[in-house]
Design a protein around this ligand. Structure first.
Ligand code: ARG
Ligand code: ZN
Length: 466
């Protein structure tokens, strides 16, 4: 959730040549030339992700020194070729690559912008599983998003705040940086003793020798690369298991601890309440990272363990926790559909209020509907934000939630809550599209909902009827 909305309107620098090389280009799509495409063809982020293979597991071994801000890493990636590959790309920006091996043999590589282009000695057969070993290092360069926000490896006064939506993962590891390609992860993060390194999933070991501590984390369930973190800082650590059996690991900057305590205390209640609404919690760990990162301006639903740039309020924790179902377990297929993440997480905040002594979701809807036609809320259609710079603005969040309120009043509570649960369940650990959500809503409710979604998702300007 963003603390402030930005319209800096920084254009995505997309070269015409890169468009010509995306997976949509017939020359590359066929896969007969053996060249893996440099992007997945997402219209908002054409170079994000790569063609020709899917990843299975990332093993990241990182050493970070907060004093020099230097990161040194080895990465082992396992993947499977979906076409014959004489050459393929990973996304990596900044840093210096020292070596690349494919299936144990030294490979040639070149760098071109965010593309790390790898040519294995021996081309990979379609269907072949392969392993890439990388060694790289340097001072990571924070990625600036189209909306002007910092993203990726963001240094702080006591470590680094690490968040990757939508494009920042490539600032600290080489990835197939697209939410359609999810993988499992293991992390070993070595930091000077006294610092804590927090990643996703379960802490499997923590060892200090010769003044350095290595934290090992395992994220077993599939994860999109933008949801990975390896945040470093001086943190208070709190660990417990909820009554429902979910292990919680909270890492909190001591300067934010007092302010964060009331919202963090609600985590077990929020997990139970959302599990009840959306179905079983999808992951084997939970928690929070509360950092002090003054120039960031947002929180992110890093998988299992959302990251906050300051002490969150309860609404923000409800929002990031809702993303564990909507965004993390059920992920986007295309960034254009970002309302499937943000509209749902925002609506969950409205529901929390309604069911915890606050105003009804209808009253919240009415309050927003009262905004004048000139309000930024109606600046572009929810389901078609138009460009990467718009994906975190109020037409996606608030009008996205308003769309769900419209759906709820149209189909009634029983069908509405069944739709949410079925959506989370049937796409668990996978991906979804707006078209699939509309089809599911029509199937569960037995109604034609095309006009409703057309008006609320795809029509420019303020809808004429509330
Ligand atoms: N998904 C986050 C949230 O609403 C927001 C991330 C904003 N990121 C950004 N680069 N502006 O929970
Ligand atoms: Zn969100």
């Amino acid at each position: 959730r963003t603390a402030r909305t930005r319209y800096l309107g920084i254009a995505v620098a997309v070269l015409a040549t890169s468009l010509a090389l995306t997976a949509e280009s017939p020359a590359v799509a066929a896969g007969t030339d053996g060249l893996g495409a440099p992007g997945q063809g997402d219209p908002y982020f054409p170079l994000a992700g790569n063609g020709g293979y899917t990843t299975a597991h990332y093993d990241l071994d990182l050493a970070y020194d907060p004093a020099t801000r230097r990161l040194d890493a080895t990465e082992a990636l396992t993947a499977r070729a979906t076409q014959q590959l004489t050459r393929f790309d990973l996304d990596l920006s900044g840093l210096t690559v020292r070596s690349v091996r494919v299936n144990g043999r030294t490979a040639r590589w070149t760098r071109a912008g965010q593309e790390l282009v790898i040519t294995p000695r021996k081309s990979l057969r379609k269907g072949e599983s392969f392993r890439v070993d990388l060694s790289y290092g340097g001072v990571p360069e924070t990625v600036t998003d189209p909306d002007g926000s910092p993203d990726g490896w963001i240094p702080t006064d006591d470590g680094a705040f690490v968040a990757g939506e939508p494009q920042g993962a490539m600032s600290w590891f080489a990835a197939d940086n697209d939410p359609v390609d999810k993988a499992s992860y293991t992390f070993a993060i070595t930091v000077p003793a006294g610092y804590t390194a927090v990643a996703n999933g379960v802490l499997t070991s923590q060892r200090t020798t010769r003044g350095k501590t290595t934290f090992r984390w395992r994220q077993a369930e599939p994860m999109a690369s933008y949801l990975a973190t390896a945040t470093v800082g001086k943190f208070n650590v709190q660990r417990y298991t909820t009554a429902s059996g979910i292990p919680v690991y909270n890492a909190v900057d001591p300067r934010e601890a007092a302010d964060a305590a009331p919202a963090l205390a609600q985590i077990p209640a929020i997990l139970d309440w959302e599990s009840n609404l959306f179905g079983r919690y999808p992951f084997s760990a939970a928690g929070a990272i509360v950092d002090q990162a003054p120039d960031v301006g947002y929180a992110l639903e890093t998988q299992t363990r959302p990251i906050y740039d300051r002490a969150p309020d309860v609404g923000t924790v409800v929002h990031e926790t809702a993303h564990q179902w909507f965004g993390d377990s059920v992920s986007l297929t295309s960034w254009q559909d970002i309302w499937l993440n943000e509209g749902f997480a925002t609506y969950t905040e409205w529901l929390w209020e309604e069911q915890h002594g606050g105003q009804s979701t209808q009253a919240t809807f009415d309050g927003y509907y009262a905004r004048p036609a000139t309000s930024s809320l109606w600046a572009f259609p929810t389901g078609d934000p138009g460009e990467g710079a718009n994906i975190f603005a109020s037409p996606v969040y608030t009008r996205g939630a308003m769309t769900l309120q419209k759906l709820r009043t149209a189909v009634g509570d029983a069908h509405f809550f069944s739709i949410l649960k079925t959506w989370a369940g049937s796409h668990r650990y996978g991906n979804g599209t707006t078209a699939q959500f509309i089809a599911l809503s029509e199937k569960v409710s037995g109604r034609k909902l095309g006009d409703l979604f057309h008006t609320w998702l795809y029509t420019a300007g303020k809808p004429a009827q509330p």
